[in-house]
Each structure stands twice: as C-alpha cells, then as structure tokens.
Design a protein around this ligand. Structure first.
Ligand SMILES: NC(=O)c1ccc[n+]([C@@H]2O[C@H](COP(=O)([O-])OP(=O)(O)OC[C@H]3O[C@@H](n4cnc5c(N)ncnc54)[C@H](OP(=O)(O)O)[C@@H]3O)[C@@H](O)[C@H]2O)c1
Length: 155
C-alpha cells in the first residue's frame, strides 16, 4: 500500500474541511497518480475529496456509514486493505490524518508532495522515521517538491 499525501511545513495536511493551500497543479498530480487504481480513505476525507477521485475503486473507512454512492464502505483499516488488495490494482491510502497514522506501519511506499510556503492547520501527517525509508525519486516543481519513499528492507 502507498500513502499519498500533500504536506506543508510541520507535516500539516489539513485545515477544517480542506487543505491549507491552493495548489491546483499538485492536486492534478495527485489525481493523475491515482487514476484507474484503488484508493482507501477515511469518511471525512471522502466527504471533502470523494467527488474528484479518478481511481477505479474507492473504499471508505467508517464506523457510522453503511453505504455510499461511488465507494465501498469498510468498517476497519484491515477490512479496507483486504478489499483494496482484492481489486488487483495499486492500493493508495489518501488520508486523512487518523487513517494515515493507522496505515503508516502497513505502507511499502509514500508518495509525498511537500508544499512550499508557511501554512497553519489542524490535521497532520504522522511522524515517520527517516531511517525506515529510502528516497527513490525527487522532482522539484515551482510550488511543491514531489518525493517517492520506499520502505527500507529489514536487515
Ligand atoms: N493534504 C493531504 O494530502 C490530505 C489528504 C486527505 C485528507 N486531508 C485532510 O485531512 C483532514 C481530514 O482528516 P481526519 O483525520 O479528520 O479524517 P479522515 O481520516 O479522513 O476520516 C476520519 C473518519 O474515518 C473513519 N475511521 C477512521 N479510522 C477508522 C477505523 N479504524 N475504523 C473505522 N472507521 C474509521 C471514521 O469515520 P466515522 O466518523 O464515519 O466513523 C472517522 O471519523 C482534512 O483537513 C483534510 O483536508 C489532507
């Protein structure tokens, strides 16, 4: 599973019902990466971004919702990951904060966009240990830097 996220300074990812920045080219980049693949996300993120997704399969984790148009509902991260893997596509975890934190130990890779500038918010990407990850690719864009991390093989 791949965690895909856009991070500001101090790992901020969200502010209220949205992102703390307006960088449409980064959002387009996100939508191009998930196109035709499988995405799992928390119920709040689905309410914010669900309508935009270009993925072929969407899985929403919720304890409160039973059915959704355009997504399968799973009641735990484990159930969501099992369903996601059953589709045979690349499985992305697209947030939000609580779901990234639960999914981090299960991730093989992270596709992170580091947004340039200073932002404040109330939702954060979990702290990760740099020693666990190898940087596979780094691409600089005018308003963000895109970095691909692969999990370091266990010694
Ligand atoms: N920058 C980025 O790349 C990015 C990406 C995604 C989101 N965000 C930001 O993140 C924020 C939203 O994140 P959030 O943490 O508040 O919400 P979230 O993770 O999107 O959704 C939280 C909800 O997911 C469900 N959930 C979480 N863990 C569960 C579990 N183990 N079992 C069952 N259900 C579970 C619960 O839904 P129920 O309440 O229905 O039970 C919970 O209320 C927003 O600010 C958004 O803009 C940023």
């Amino acid at each position: 599973m791949i965690l895909i996220a856009a991070l500001g300074n101090d790992r901020v990812i969200g502010s209220g019902d949205g992102m703390p920045w307006d960088v449409p080219e980064e959002y387009e980049h996100f939508l191009s990466l998930i196109e035709g693949q499988s995405v799992l996300m928390g119920r709040r993120s689905w309410e914010i971004f669900g309508g935009d997704l270009t993925s072929a399969h969407n899985i929403v984790i919720s304890r409160s919702v039973r059915r959704l148009m355009g997504a399968k509902v799973a009641h735990s991260l484990g159930e969501a990951m099992e369903l996601g893997r059953s589709y045979g596509k690349t499985l992305f975890c697209a947030g939000g904060a609580g779901v990234y934190a639960q999914a981090l130990p299960h991730a093989d890779a992270m596709y992170l966009s580091f947004i340039k500038g200073e932002f404040s918010g109330d939702a954060y990407f979990p702290q990760y240990d740099d020693a666990d990850w190898i940087i596979d690719m780094r691409v600089d864009h005018p308003r963000f830097e895109y970095v691909v991390f692969r999990r370091q093989a266990a010694a």
